[in-house]
Ligand binder design. Structure first.
Ligand code: DON
Length: 317
């Protein structure tokens, strides 16, 4: 880390300043009960609003964690960044660009609006993520979901499971995404059947992760595609650069400008309460707290990222 002499373990039984700072953030922000659980996917209402975990992984594989960093929750939209990376890897940049733009939409994650040439604005909003799932389905057909689960597992450094109840809940209620997918099918952004593609998308959103998993996944992006814990090259540095670019411009939806201004790290949030942030060549951060603000970003997660960025001068600019 920048100016990092003081963040390493100093020995003599004392906690490193970074660990102490994460603990103090956890202590300070856990009493903030503002925000709401996502309820448009009914099963997400069953989350424990008190859950709060933070993990930070450096690119040399050092793991820091506080609170409920091992509590599982569904990855939801955080998957979009990693599935975009997979799509770039699998079908190449030109094919991805023919289907999905890279402009911030300035709109909510579930906006049905497309660009003037009838493409999703970017891969971080639902329309773009559904298009990404479609690209992977074009290559893999019914095996597409296993490809996604396997790749996300490589990013996390362990095999990841699916929350079947959340998957079923979104399948039963996800008519807005169904409408978006039919629009994409109309414009031939989706070339395969809507139901098959949406099932991949809903399933990828229901993959279970922990804050620690998210930190390792982010650290893999920060480390030019090499998982710093397992040493596996998960994607190429070129794919990482493209992925971090869209995370920078669009990862936090209609809060993306404010986020990059205040925190200054490429990031992605999800309605399960997760946030990943990656500081290239330095670290990955994963937070989990399911209480969300009006942009559907985790309230406590935003506070942690802002405080950490300010304290350790992590803004990339
Ligand atoms: O498609 C959806 O609406 C959810 N499966 C994911 C949305 C999401 O996580 C938005 N993030 N803040």
């Amino acid at each position: 880390m920048r100016g990092n002499a003081d963040v390493r373990t100093t020995g003599y039984g004392t906690e490193p300043p970074l660990q102490r700072f994460l603990a103090s953030c956890h202590q300070e922000f856990k009493s903030d009960n503002s925000g709401e659980l996502a309820d448009y996917i009914p099963e997400l209402k069953r989350a424990n609003p008190a859950h709060f975990g933070i993990s930070l992984v450096t690119i040399d594989g050092h793991v820091y964690e506080v609170g409920d960093s091992a509590a599982p929750f569904t990855i939801q939209s955080v998957s979009k960044a990693f599935v975009f990376a997979l799509a770039l890897d699998l079908v190449g940049e030109a094919r991805v660009a023919s289907a999905i733009g890279v402009e911030p939409s300035g709109e909510a994650f579930n906006s049905i609006r497309l660009t003037n040439d009838n493409k999703p604005f970017n891969p971080m909003v639902n329309a773009g993520a559904i298009a990404c799932s479609g690209l992977i389905h074009e290559v893999d057909g019914r095996a597409a979901f296993e490809r996604i689960r396997d790749k996300l597992g490589q990013f996390a450094g362990r095999e990841l499971d699916v929350d079947d109840a959340v998957h079923a809940s979104e399948t039963a209620t996800g008519n807005r995404n169904r409408a978006i997918a039919w629009l994409l099918r109309n414009y031939l952004v989706l070339q395969d059947g809507v139901d098959a593609v949406l099932d991949i998308y809903f399933r990828q959103c229901a993959i279970l992760v922990t804050a620690r998993d998210l930190a390792v996944m982010a650290a893999t992006l920060a480390n030019r595609g090499v998982n710093p814990v397992t040493g596996v090259q998960v994607v190429t540095p070129h794919v990482v650069a493209r992925t971090l670019s869209v995370m920078t411009s669009s990862g936090m939806y209609d809060y993306a400008g404010e986020w990059i201004y205040r925190v200054g790290m490429p990031a992605k949030s999800g309605v399960g309460g997760g946030i990943v942030a990656a500081l290239p060549s330095q670290l990955g951060l994963g937070t989990f707290s399911p209480l969300l603000d009006g942009h559907f970003n985790s309230v406590r997660g935003l506070k942690v990222c802002e405080a950490l960025s300010a304290r350790f001068d992590l803004h990339m600019l």
